[in-house]
Write a protein that binds this ligand. Structure first.
Ligand code: AHR
Length: 500
């Protein structure tokens, strides 16, 4: 059954600028994200610092602009001092988050050297689980103070003369979660976040700070946690974080395909919560949202931390993504852009091997998973301003979210007048005939599509390009309107360029 839909691209309806920080990623000391992911001394393609150059190239191709580090749950029991200084003197430690043995051969200065080579902005997380204000201050002094103090001089003694000048800091990670080392109540965390923020701003007034929001929207304190934390820290932080993982193996496929609509509901709920606190405080500031962990994750297949045996960089949650997963990732990126007036930072979790767009084999190749493609194309082509796009379309019934629109879309307008449309057909029942009303003088310049007769197709080391975007067909102009057929469960990108 073919459905129909229409949408209008109008340069007058602007949401806000495309913030480059929306195309962030995440490197955690977890499984093989760092070790044998981005860092593998001795690999045939490793550079002199042990960074895998094949992974660096893929990171640049992915278009990642920012990377959050070093966790995640890992950070809540991490001592940053263990990861700096001469490697042979660094202690081995137990990582309690993932029951892993951490040799600390990769730490802050290695990450910053890697970040420079990858051309990304660092986003650093502080341990506010087992540690507090003093240790946070020490890390920021080591990283950002030019010199002449014990910790800034220690950095210089470690071979890093100029300060790292890290602008973006997370005040802990998921501290509402009972699985977190140093888990806290909202009151306890709100006070700690406020006091840490106050002290850090005294040390470095130029930092931007992210307070922890809920670990996910299913937490019993979702909404209440954000309100209580912001009541303590509203004037001292810039962002509140959101985390969401969508599990294809948990529930019906139509709900999974509607994940982008759920993400939008979550964003708008937390924006409203933050604004409610702002109103009560008579504040004119707006707290922005940092969606600093999002992705598809087959979480129900993970036995949990307690099921893990102690090991050194084990294979953890190395999910293999199929076509449907890629379409959902494309729709989550559409949601982030649709809410670009409120979401200032976003990080897909994670970059390599651990629920990641980039896979590697130790000593072997690196390749792109299916989810790599919508991310890379969106990061490369979403430029300028986001346009408000509201398709008229049919809906799909879902078990979890009720009726969800079958067509999910956003568009951006750059300063040359080019408009790029990103659109997903979430309907499994059939294709959709889409009519796009365009401004005068625009013609299609590029049309790419991610779709497949086999929705369970995946990429692998042996067949790395099985799932990839292909040129779309059948796009035609009808006056100023473009019409095309969106295959069922598909992600499409079309660039419309001004006529020469
Ligand atoms: O990304 C994997 C884990 O998911 C992170 O460590 C944690 O913050 C989240 O629960």
């Amino acid at each position: 059954m073919t459905s129909t839909a229409r949408l209008t691209l109008d340069p007058a309806f602007l949401i806000g600028p495309v913030e480059p920080r929306l195309f962030g990623s995440f490197v955690e000391h977890m499984g093989r994200c760092v070790y044998t992911g981005i860092f593998e001394p001795g690999h045939p393609l490793a550079d002199a610092d042990g960074f895998r150059t094949d992974v660096l190239e893929l990171t640049r191709e992915l278009g990642v602009t920012l990377v959050r580090y070093p966790g995640g749950n890992f950070v809540s029991n991490y001592r940053w001092e263990d990861g700096v200084g001469p490697v042979e003197e660094r202690p081995a430690r137990l990582d309690l988050a993932w029951r892993s043995l951490e040799d600390n051969s990769f730490g802050l200065n290695e990450f910053m050297a890697w970040a420079a080579r990858a051309g990304i902005e660092p986003m650093m997380a502080l341990n506010l689980g087992t540690r507090g204000v003093a240790e946070a201050l020490e890390l920021v002094e080591y990283a950002n103070y030019p010199g002449g103090t014990r910790l800034s001089d220690l950095r210089r003694a470690h071979g890093v003369d100029k300060p790292h000048d890290i602008r973006l800091w997370c005040l802990g990670n998921e501290l509402d979660g009972p699985w977190q080392m140093g888990h806290k109540t909202a009151r306890e965390y709100g006070r700690l976040a406020a006091e840490t923020a106050r002290a850090l701003r005294r040390l470095d007034p130029g930092v931007s700070l992210v307070a922890c929001g809920s670990s996910n929207s299913g937490m019993p304190t979702f909404g209440q946690w954000e309100a209580e934390v912001l009541e303590s820290a509203y004037d001292l932080v810039d962002y509140i974080s959101l985390h969401a993982y969508y599990d294809p193996a948990d529930g019906d496929v139509d709900s999974f395909l509607a994940s982008g609509a759920d993400m939008e509901h979550m964003i708008r709920s937390i924006a409203a919560t933050a604004d409610h606190v702002g109103a009560k405080l008579r504040s004119r500031r707006k707290i922005k949202l940092s969606f600093d962990e999002w992705n598809v994750w087959y979480q129900s297949r993970f036995g949990g931390e307690a099921s893990l045996e102690w090991a050194e960089h084990p294979r953890l949650i190395e999910n293999v993504y199929d076509v449907t997963d890629a379409v959902v990732v494309g729709s989550l990126l559409i949601t982030l852009l649709r809410n670009a007036d409120r979401v200032g930072v976003a990080c897909q979790a994670q970059l390599a091997n651990v629920i990641a767009p980039i896979m590697t084999e130790p000593g072997g190749p690196a390749w792109r998973q299916s989810i790599f493609h919508p991310f890379a194309l969106t990061a490369r082509n979403a430029r300028g301003q986001v346009l408000r796009v509201e398709p008229e379309c049919t809906s799909v019934s879902t078990d979890k979210y009720g009726e969800a629109p079958a067509i999910w879309a956003t568009a951006t307008l750059d300063d040359t007048g080019e408009i790029t449309l990103f659109v997903v057909n979430r309907d499994r029942r059939g294709p959709c005939e889409l009519r796009v009303a365009l401004p005068q003088g625009l013609l299609p310049a590029e049309h790419l599509e991610l779709a497949d007769d086999d929705l369970s197709a995946v990429n692998s080391a042996a067949d790395p390009d099985r799932v990839a975007p292909r040129p779309g067909t059948g796009l035609r102009m009808d006056g100023r309107d473009a019409t095309l057929t969106l295959p069922p469960v598909s992600w499409t990108m079309i660039r419309f360029a001004p006529q020469e």
